[in-house]
Design a protein around this ligand. Structure first.
Ligand code: NAP
Length: 495
């Protein structure tokens, strides 16, 4: 049977765009990209909350092969990222592959026909020889089940479903959550709210953000002399490598007594911005830097010093129709509730859709019942012709583009070999997968996750088995090298 398409990609964010570009380079043009939203851009289309900006410098948070000399700031605002995604889609002529408002529900491997049968909401089925999920790590918004929350009669907004039509000016606003999203949003809410209460369960480490506009002459230099921007990117990646190196080689950093440096930076940053020692105490994490994703901000701490902002650290008990009652019995009456409560990763994002491989194996169930793992963060035994861009152990370094480009390289090598062999089906071997998992597990033994104090961090890096199975505990250089050199017989191939 001839499949409807050679390649089916789920998700039109940066992962999906990069994958489509790679398949084009391999000469494959029969591609379908299904996207549940009404436009491309993934995170940068969906997230529109005030203050949204990249917090990895823009020279790095972009494809290395498609530099943008015209970023307006060192850390571009969200709308520029969406514009960059549009530019890439247009330049590489990718829109012709895309179908929007097409929510994929499940995919099943048909061993007889050697193809994937993909089901969409509404009942339609599409078949493809190769399936790629590029659904990101942070695509399933998490809404906490707090007693009475559904009885609250005011306005409720999740940060990933921002509603611009809600007038926040002068309102009594509560925000739940103090993760990377809240760190960007709280200063903006503080400017407009009549009163803002921040409900913090776990404080977050915040270090200074070296940000500012990129002057026009520098933009012109980057445009005329791309090597200048490549050098800036290399320097920036080096800095991130050092930062993440301290996280994944925590044991070695501790031996050299370097492990407290980021923590000290965070404490100094807070001291400079907040005079009140009690407020500082409440905002100071009691876990090691790196257990949770670090954040960068210059206006987060000052927001708490405004007269219209209050930090609430007593746990939330329940909701009433008009407010939030903390466990000490005090009620905070509010008009608007903002949920900066993040995303569901381990229960409903790995994978984001139901995926059934050979012999009826359900990928999500298999991972949850056993251990989360994807060979080189990209392929899984029993799931032929399937690649996942956001998988366990696939996040490399700090910029998601490093991950995407490593996976593009992996695809290039894998499909090059398939072409040489005249093969149409691939599957990673169980043995290669186990070796990879053992290697990642051994390397993680040096990381902050197992050597540091992470018990109170409540970090989404850890899954339900207590394993920190998102970050690949290697340098970006070695991950990139491996993507271009993995042993070809780690896969089996069939015509
Ligand atoms: P998050 O880091 O998962 O934070 C969620 C917050 O909600 C946490 O503070 C959590 O508290 C709190 N929370 C959840 N349920 C709660 C409950 N029932 N009661 C009280 N508090 C509750 O989510 P996020 O801030 O959206 O960030 C997710 C990721 O998005 C980031 O780590 C980052 O990778 C990415 N991001 C990137 C950028 C960027 O510029 N590149 C910007 C924003 C976000 P606990 O900590 O106690 O669980």
């Amino acid at each position: 049977m001839t499949p409807d398409h050679e390649v089916l990609i789920v998700g039109a964010g940066f992962g999906g765009l990069g994958t489509a570009i790679e398949f084009n380079r391999l000469g494959i043009d029969d591609i379908l990209i299904l996207e549940r939203e009404n436009d491309l851009g993934g995170t940068w289309h969906v997230n529109r909350y005030p203050g949204l900006a990249v917090d990895i410098a823009s020279v790095t948070y972009s494809y290395s092969f498609e530099p943008n000399p015209y970023w307006s700031r060192l850390y571009a605002p969200g709308a520029e990222l969406k514009g960059y995604a549009d530019h890439v889609a247009d330049k590489y002529n990718l829109r012709r592959y895309m179908r929007f408002n097409a929510a994929v529900e499940s995919a099943r491997w048909d061993d007889e026909e050697q193809l994937w049968s993909v089901s969409l909401a509404g009942g339609e089925t599409v078949s493809a020889r190769y399936l790629v999920t590029a659904t990101g790590f942070l695509s399933q918004p998490y809404r906490p089940e707090i007693e009475g929350i559904n009885d609250f009669t005011g306005t409720v907004i999740h940060t990933a479903k921002w509603d611009d039509t809600v007038d926040l000016a002068g309102k009594r606003i509560a925000i739940i959550g103090t993760g990377a999203t809240a760190v960007q949003l709280i200063p903006e809410l503080a400017k407009v709210a009549g009163h803002l209460t921040v409900f913090q369960r776990t404080p977050i480490w915040v270090v200074p953000k070296v940000d500012g506009p990129i002057p026009k002459p520098v933009q012109q230099l980057f445009a005329r002399l791309p090597i200048a921007q490549r050098i800036a990117r290399a320097v920036n990646i080096g800095m991130y490598e050092a930062l993440i190196g301290g996280v994944i080689r925590f044991r070695q950093a501790k031996r050299l007594n370097l492990h407290r440096r980021p923590t000290a930076m965070g404490i100094k940053h807070m001291r400079r911005q907040i005079a009140d020692p009690e407020l500082r105490r409440k905002l100071t994490p009691d876990y090691d830097f790196g257990c949770k994703r670090p954040t960068f901000s210059n206006d987060y701490y000052p927001a708490f010093t405004r007269p219209n902002v209050r930090l609430e650290t007593t746990p939330i008990g329940h909701f009433t129709p008009t407010g939030i009652v903390t466990t000490d019995g005090n009620e905070t009456e509010i008009d608007v509730l903002v949920l900066a409560t993040g995303f569901n990763i381990w229960d409903s994002n790995f994978p984001a859709i139901e995926i059934i491989g050979r012999e009826g194996r359900n990928l999500g169930k298999w991972w949850r019942d056993n251990r989360f793992c994807a060979y080189e963060g990209v392929s899984v035994p029993m799931f032929p012709n399937y690649l996942s861009i956001a998988s366990p152990y696939s996040y490399i370094g700090l910029s998601y583009f490093t991950t995407i480009e490593a996976h593009m390289r992996h695809i290039e090598r894998l499909f090059g070999e398939m072409r040489r062999r005249g093969a149409r089906t691939f599957e990673v071997t169980d043995d290669a997968n186990t070796r990879f998992l053992d290697r990642m597990t051994a390397k993680l033994a040096d990381s902050v996750f197992y050597n540091g104090n992470c018990a109170t961090a409540n970090s989404y890096y850890f899954n339900q088995h207590g394993e920190a199975a998102i970050l690949r505990p290697t340098s970006t250089i070695s991950a990139r090298r491996e993507a271009g050199r993995f042993p070809l017989n780690d896969y089996t191939y069939a015509a």
